[in-house]
Design a protein around this ligand. Structure first.
Ligand code: HEM
Length: 411
């Protein structure tokens, strides 16, 4: 028997699993079929229900009052959760942001920027995003005939998009990149104290931007956050900086991984690359298929506010649940041929962006970024091939391709 199936508890907390899509999907195919809501109690972690089917993920997503985001949003070793719980008033996250809030507090925090991320507002950014897509495809072209696509291009383009929304100048992007990578790194040896230092460094960085937007508010997202009020009271400093950090990190690695993993999928499926070149209408469905395929966010947690039933299991009040988005996005019960990468897939019911009250706030922006990038890419380049090994991040939370050495031609 496959070693992962003998020790599922250990496998799901092994960051290496998330850097190996074949191993991940084999394990979760088994779980969806045999133990769709599975009690999981790995050594060194507080136990949880592992939720792998699309239907059960959607049930939890759709019942936000029963399945709470607080106090546990993301998997961490028990020692770190316990230490955080003491300093964060029962919460087990280092920051206070919308993905670990519930009810009115969540709605009010999300509302601070939600209008800026709705489709009409994002559509108004098309020209700006397109100009950045052109700039980064130019950068790719300048590196022909070979480059590391993930490190040289995919990492930087979404970073520029999100940092420009947050008021970060171009010259500081390398620093921002360094901090984001540290936040998501679960590699062995990374300590809670290191991450606390990184969070503080983020906060320190954003302080002058917040002060500037308070003194000179403009029509941008940074000003909306810096001057936000809830029930007539200004947002506290901790919440303000947490907001900046959440948007900065949520909007970066996820989209970079989708673009790098998306190009890899096109290289591995040359018939899909051909389709894209022959039928530009595929640009409208490509982003969702790439998000489904790559599913860079590996999970979010929920905690039951009352006894309930899910997938045939009795969930007790206080139990926590890990929603496995990449697994739900490959569920054969709702997707035809889920293990086929098809850029013209319609009715794509993936859960790579979550759903319900906490559904990804930046989803329209992310779709636009991916679409514009590949639109510009195929205009200028062709004949992509791998020239070396592909490397993925080892992270239990957000992971994807970090090295993608490619050869290509310029057209
Ligand atoms: C391909 C790119 C992206 C993917 C795959 C992705 C995925 C996700 C997922 C799975 C969630 C949790 C949903 C849930 O709990 O139901 C989420 C939440 C969120 N995302 Fe994204 N995301 C992406 C891009 C972005 C971008 C560009 C932004 C920019 C602002 C963003 C901002 C957020 C925020 C603020 C939340 C928290 C929403 C809440 O709790 O109410 N994301 N995202």
């Amino acid at each position: 028997m496959n070693a992962d199936l003998m020790d599922i508890d250990r496998a799901v907390v092994d960051p290496g699993l998330y850097a190996n899509p074949e191993r991940y999907h084999a394990l979760f195919r088994h779980l969806r079929r045999n133990e769709p809501v599975r009690w999981t109690a790995p050594d060194g972690f507080a136990p949880f229900w592992l939720v792998s089917r699309h239907a059960d993920i959607m049930t939890a997503e759709g019942a936000a009052a029963t399945y709470l985001n607080a106090p546990r949003a993301v998997l961490k070793p028990a020692t770190i959760e316990e230490a955080l719980s003491k300093t964060q008033g029962g919460h087990r996250e280092m920051i206070r942001s919308m993905n670990n809030m519930d009810g009115d507090e969540h709605r009010q925090n999300r509302a601070i920027t939600s209008r800026q991320f709705l489709l009409p507002a994002v559509n108004r950014m098309t020209e700006e995003i397109d100009a950045l897509a052109v700039e980064f495809v130019d950068r790719l072209v300048a590196r022909a005939p070979e480059c590391d696509f993930a490190r040289d291009i995919a990492l930087w383009y979404p970073l520029r998009v999100i940092m420009s929304l947050l008021g970060v100048p171009k010259t500081d992007e390398a620093r921002m990149l360094e901090l984001t990578l540290q936040i998501f790194n679960d590699a062995p040896g990374t300590k809670g104290a290191d991450k606390r230092g990184t969070v503080q460094a983020f906060f320190d960085y954003f302080r002058p931007i917040v002060e500037d937007r308070r003194a000179n508010p403009r029509d941008d997202i940074a000003s909306k956050i810096a001057n936000a009020q809830i029930n007539g009271q200004p947002l506290g400093d901790f919440e303000t900086f947490s907001y900046f950090l959440t948007v900065a990190t949520a909007g970066h690695d996820t989209t970079s991984s989708t673009i790098a993993g998306g190009l890899l999928a096109l290289i591995e499926h040359p018939e899909e690359m051909r389709k894209l070149r022959e039928n530009p209408a595929c640009l409208d469905t490509l982003a969702d298929e790439m998000m489904r395929w790559v599913a860079p966010v590996k999970h979010f947690f929920r905690t039951a506010s009352a006894d309930c039933a899910l997938g045939g299991q009795v969930i007790r009040q206080g139990d926590s649940l890990m929603l496995a988005f990449p697994s739900g996005s490959r569920d054969e019960a709702v997707l035809a041929e889920p293990d086929a990468f098809r850029i013209d897939r319609t009715g794509n019911r993936h859960v790579a962006l979550g759903a319900g009250a906490h559904a990804c706030l930046g989803q329209h922006l992310a779709r636009l970024e991916v679409k514009q990038f590949f639109k510009r890419l195929i205009e200028r380049t062709d004949n992509f091939a791998l020239t070396g090994p592909v490397k993925r991040t080892e992270s239990l939370f957000i992971s994807g391709v970090v090295n993608l050495p490619v050869r290509f031609t310029v057209i």
